[in-house]
Design a protein around this ligand. Structure first.
Ligand code: TPP
Length: 296
């Protein structure tokens, strides 16, 4: 696809390149996730100026300056409201948000609940490595019970949050699960998520070679399968809950659930009905010079 603003050039991976060196641990799932995201953006013909990439704090968030285009690196657990505001302010942007399981199901779980309910038009890539990676292996809300972590050497005492059960129970309009070792699968699912009109939750089962010794790359490799190969109907929410349940033996990946009638938040808002402009265009009409007079 060609870029409508700057030229007729086709979008390529080079458009999303960054001069900064990658700093993740060798074998980290983040490498594959970032490659797949770039591939998906390029495959959809989304140019860097048409995308807004939002990052939470964590190992995942350290990818924010390792990719080209417009990016926002927010506070820990608070990337959802940032991305939601951007998606509402300009519906023409492809808004993608990345966060770890710590930010998502710990600090930011309240934001997740309400963003799912609102059905903001965002693709959410949730890096579920089942621990707080950047702060060196603390237990998170998705760490499995009884597993010893650096913050809890005698084992985690609480049951983990089940990511899919949580978002499905809130009525999410799109939910998928992928494995960070499957770059082609992530590329496909990221594209489907970005095309979906509404909140697209993509849980990436991510290996963490430094701090999560319980579910390494090979562990997932031996257990994941794609629901699409089994005559699966992704529009059946009850079937989705059943398919997503097992996270120990036979782990479903692919599009777990998609509402074919999803209507995103801004398209449901009666106040915005039939208004052709975006909020970003409207706000430019205000003269704010009186507030900035005398300021440097
Ligand atoms: C409000 C707040 N709480 C805690 C921290 C400290 N902190 C920074 S990164 C991090 C861990 C992030 O873990 P996760 O969100 O799972 O992402 P990962 O590093 O595993 O990709 C923590 C606890 C912080 N910066 N801000």
């Amino acid at each position: 696809m060609s870029c409508t603003t700057c030229s007729t050039k086709t979008t390529t991976l080079a458009d999303y390149a960054s001069p900064n060196a990658l700093t993740w641990c060798p074998g980290c799932g983040n490498f594959g996730i970032q490659v797949a995201l770039k591939q998906a953006l390029v495959a959809l013909g989304v140019t860097p100026h048409q995308a807004m990439l939002c990052y939470d704090i964590g190992c995942n968030g350290n990818g924010s300056d390792k990719i080209g285009g417009y990016r926002f690196h927010g506070l820990h657990g608070r990337v959802i409201p940032l991305a939601a505001g951007i998606a509402c302010a300009n519906k023409n942007l492809t808004v993608v948000m990345e966060a770890g399981d710590g930010a998502t199901f710990g600090e930011g779980i309240n934001h997740l609940a309400h963003a799912v309910r609102a059905n903001f038009n965002i693709t959410f890539i949730c890096h579920n490595n089942e621990n707080y990676g950047l702060t060196k292996g603390q237990a998170s809300a998705t760490t499995r019970k009884d597993i010893p972590m650096n913050s809890s050497p005698d084992g985690v005492t609480s049951d983990p949050v089940h990511a899919q059960r949580f978002v499905l129970s809130l009525g999410v309009s799109f939910s998928a699960r992928v494995f960070s070792g499957d770059i082609r699968g992530m590329n496909t699912i990221f594209q489907a998520a970005m095309k979906h009109p509404g909140f697209s939750f993509v849980e990436v089962l991510q290996n963490c070679p430094s701090y999560n010794k319980t579910t390494p790359h090979e562990w997932y490799q031996q257990r994941v399968y794609n629901v699409a190969t089994e005559g699966y109907d992704p529009s059946d929410r009850a079937a989705a809950l059943a398919a997503a349940e097992d996270v120990d033996e036979k782990i479903a990946t692919g599009i777990i659930f998609q509402d074919p009638h999803s209507v995103p938040f801004m398209s449901r808002d009666a106040v915005r009905k039939d208004i052709p402009t975006e909020l970003t265009q409207e706000v430019q009409q205000y003269d704010v010079s009186q507030f900035t007079a005398g300021m440097r």
